[in-house]
Design a protein around this ligand. Structure first.
Ligand code: KIV
Length: 264
């Protein structure tokens, strides 16, 4: 049966963890979906892992639409979440037009990076039938404001503000929250504070779902491996085996372990 936002809500209610992975093309979408991954994210990480840029900022709407179309063709029942690229939701009017384009291309949900300033835009999208995931914490489109890729929410004031923002954005209509690189105890508090399913990356074991970039979990991303990444291909004999191991490790809450987690 196809995964919908209701499936993710049910997982949260039952306390069952769900698996999310990025994919950018039809072949990967098919094997990722067949491995039982619940949500496929067409992340703007494609700007780095496919295009070779040093940030996600150069990714355009045309790039995203191209990859969403390809993923939609390979998908066999996962929920398709598409990133809205840098500045494609700078105004509510732009967000509506651009999100509609991603939905027409085959997305079931869009993801926006930011905080309370997105509330009205999220309401406008949600009221018009577009499910939204709000991405908080280390939001890579803000790398120039953060001065690098740094763990967010480490001090008490920042942590309280992040909880407030998650609640505000859920109230505005967000159907899911994604937390990137935040201390595990803070991610656990946010997961408790909202009814919407919370997906974590570098956010500890207590979020409702886990996401990784597929190139990272296959160990093929060049350069230093971030703390929150595990190479699942190292212990498998095929890509399909690595995907299955990831899904199982997430469902059984064996991944992420302490070694993949940030503390306050
Ligand atoms: O772009 C992306 O792949 C993402 C994940 C890292 C969560 O946003």
């Amino acid at each position: 049966m196809a995964v919908t936002i209701n499936t993710l809500r049910d997982y949260k209610q039952k306390g069952e963890a769900f698996a999310v992975l990025t994919s950018y093309d039809a072949t990967f979408a098919q094997i990722v979906s067949e491995a039982g991954v619940d949500v496929i994210l067409i992340g703007d990480s494609l700007g780095m892992v496919l295009q070779g840029n040093d940030s996600t900022l150069p990714v355009t709407m045309a790039d995203m639409v191209y990859h969403v179309r390809a993923v939609a063709k390979g998908n066999t029942g996962s929920l398709i979440m598409a990133d809205m690229p840098f500045m494609s939701y700078g105004t509510t009017a732009a967000a509506l037009d651009n999100a509609a384009e991603l939905m027409r291309a085959g997305a079931h949900m869009v993801k926006l990076e930011g905080t309370d300033w997105m509330a009205d835009t999220i309401t406008a999208l949600s009221d018009r039938g577009i499910p939204v995931c709000a991405h908080l914490g280390l939001t890579p489109q803000f790398v120039n404001k953060f001065g690098g890729y740094k763990v967010q929410g480490r001090d008490d004031q920042q942590a309280e503000l992040m909880i407030e923002h998650a609640c505000q954005l859920e109230k505005a209509g967000a159907d899911a929250i994604l937390l990137e690189c935040v201390p595990a105890p803070l991610a656990a508090r946010i997961t408790q504070a909202v009814k919407a399913p919370v997906i974590g990356i570098g956010a500890g074991a207590d979020t409702d779902g886990q996401v990784l970039v597929v190139h990272d979990m296959l160990g093929i991303t060049p350069g230093r491996r971030p703390r929150f990444v595990k190479n699942f291909l190292a212990e498998a004999d095929s890509i399909q085996g690595a995907l299955a191991a990831y899904v199982q490790a997430v469902r059984q809450r064996e991944f992420p372990g302490e070694e993949h987690t940030f503390q306050a």
